[in-house]
Design a protein around this ligand. Sequence first.
Ligand code: SAM
Length: 282
Amino acid sequence: MVAIKSEHAAHWYGSLSLEKHEFIWIKEYLYKNAGIALNDNKQALVSGRLEKRLRYYGFSTYSEYFRLLGKPEFEQETLMAIDLLTTNETYFFREVQHFNFLNSHFLANHPASRPLRMWSAASSSGEEAYSLAMIIAEYPKLGQWEIIGTDISTRMLEKAQRSLYPINATEKIPLPLLKKYCLKGSGEYSGFFLIDPTLRRRVKFMYANLNNELPDMGSFNVIFLRNVMIYFDMPTKQRLIERIQHYLLPGGYFIISHSESLNGMKSDLQMVSPSIYRKVDN
Ligand SMILES: C[S@@+](CC[C@H](N)C(=O)[O-])C[C@H]1O[C@@H](n2cnc3c(N)ncnc32)[C@H](O)[C@@H]1O
């Protein structure tokens, strides 16, 4: 049997506790770098999510780990820390009313001769972007279309690009679309499905921190910004709306989650119905 020195045993089995001042530090770091405002009751969540990174380095305090963050030589680690602290929950056809709205008010009327571009901002693992792709693909007259998905989490972007999902993620996908655009895995992929390559070619994913300079992506007819502003405070949301609306074409639709609101914010967006806005057509 291999003898384990007691100081090493302490690293693995000792309990790692996130001290109050350390929580305050990471809270400020996350706010400054991702715009995410953590509630004070999230201390256990932060320590739980970062614990494996401390174990990876063999650190016994969170402060040692935090010293790595932001250093150029630890860029990947910094991305990973932010990644671990974000909430990525998403699913296909989430808040289906938005997809129904686009079907009945937008897609059928969009001129075939005009390109169509949609942006899933904060796309997480891609389900929102692919749900949009499925409904657009149902209009074969729309030849020139593309969807861009962006997120701060590189881990989620990799998943999105892969487009391989567990079978139980099909639950909310309408059956005709499921049959047409999802390929059931077999062999080592049994229990999974893959988005059809014809759709995948239309959907691109890239890194973008919504609270930093955004990449040059051109203009969009529709922007989905759902279930991410809930993590931002009011000044961060206001700044984001001011910047993001420039990416929307006049008359374009801006869609947020039903649990979010633009109340009290200045913008060029007019409410069409709760959670659906339209850019004023000058
Ligand atoms: C709860 S998911 C929402 C996914 C999808 N839009 C939906 O409604 O199902 C929130 C996503 O926002 C991303 N996120 C958080 N802060 C961000 C930021 N500053 N810039 C870009 N993405 C961010 C997270 O990584 C996560 O994938």
